[in-house]
Design a protein around this ligand. Sequence first.
Ligand code: NAD
Ligand code: MG
Length: 394
Amino acid sequence: MQTITVLGSTGSIGVSTLDVIARHPDRYQVFALTAHTSVEKLLRQCCDCRPRFAVMRDEQSAEQLRAGLQAKGLETEVLAGESGLEWVSAHDDVDSVMAAIVGAAGLAATLAAVNSGKKVLLANKESLVMAGGLFMKAVAESGAVLLPIDSEHNAIFQCMPANYQNLEQAGIRKILLTGSGGPFRQTPLLDLAQVTPDQACAHPNWSMGRKISVDSATMMNKGLEFIEACWMFGVRPDDIEVVVHPQSIIHSMVEYADGSVLAQMGNPDMRTPIAHAMAWPERIESGVASLNFTDLARLDFESPDYQRFPCLRLATEVAARGGTLAATLNAANEVAVDAFLGEQIGFTDIPKVIEQVLNGSDCHEPVNLDVVKVADAEAREMAYQWVARLQRTA
Ligand code: NAD
Ligand code: MG
């Protein structure tokens, strides 16, 4: 029996994780569930999963959840805030932690799980983008087992040899990181300025949270994944090629020195990578339907269009430059996406905000977490100013 904490259990990845867990009551036991402010949803999940702990973002929502649990006669203990998240991630009785909080808000709890040597199922790509060097050093020192949930990284992991150490030792020529191109791959460029948040969140293949959906529409998601892959597999930007593949059936590929290309395929459903990482190195049922090749008929591939997707260009440039710039990029993107979702700025303003913030930021060596946090805070402050400026000129 494995005991698991699900950070961000009320989100898209969280719900898919609980779906896989529910299929295997003999294998997994939920230790803790956490949410930002959705009390009702977390209460329902507590009724179904009976966790020992539940964590809400603030004391007020924690109080509401306590009242709800008491009314139902449940004994789940409710904690609040960052310290609560770290407590349920590092607790001695926990084997695995699903890191599925969105954005920089997930960094501290994910690192707490890493530092206590857990099996860490990493969906929160932002933590690796922000603090990749420190993160991977903590993994090496603690003996934590890091398993990728992001479908591309999970695919790459599945296509690599079990004893992978580095590209050369494994005889790998390059990594092919695939991405669908999102909902605006073929939208006339002149129409992009007018697209709405709901249009940006209507991904053709995947159903996801709103932040990552917008990231997919700008292809910043592929940019963040590019940086994520560099850290996770210990490779240089030159070792990765981005390939646009609109059907999202191939989730990424690895090309070997002999010319062999291994691809991992499946229906676009996050329960596949989740079940893979949860059971690794075993395999379990995920609830995902078989791939129907005759219905599929074709798979298409294109080069990424950097004019249409300036966010992808900015992220690959940052990957090459290194330092705290990735934390800067990530923070500016979070502020810009939030402002777009709140209809303060337009879709094409997102890369403008990020580029201005990058231009105005220094690159430091991320020697410790404080340096990263300062870069993050400074970038947010600058991004708020650019959002305000763009709003005035709109
Ligand atoms: P989501 O918005 O659906 O869910 C986010 C979860 O985090 C919710 O449970 C929310 O309550 C919680 N949360 C949000 N802000 C918080 C805060 N400040 N403090 C504490 N908790 C907070 O997001 P998602 O789509 O499930 O994505 C989660 C993570 O997984 C992201 O990092 C995303 O990039 C990554 N990811 C998601 C998918 C996908 O298919 N959804 C695929 C690959 C990677
Ligand atoms: Mg992905």
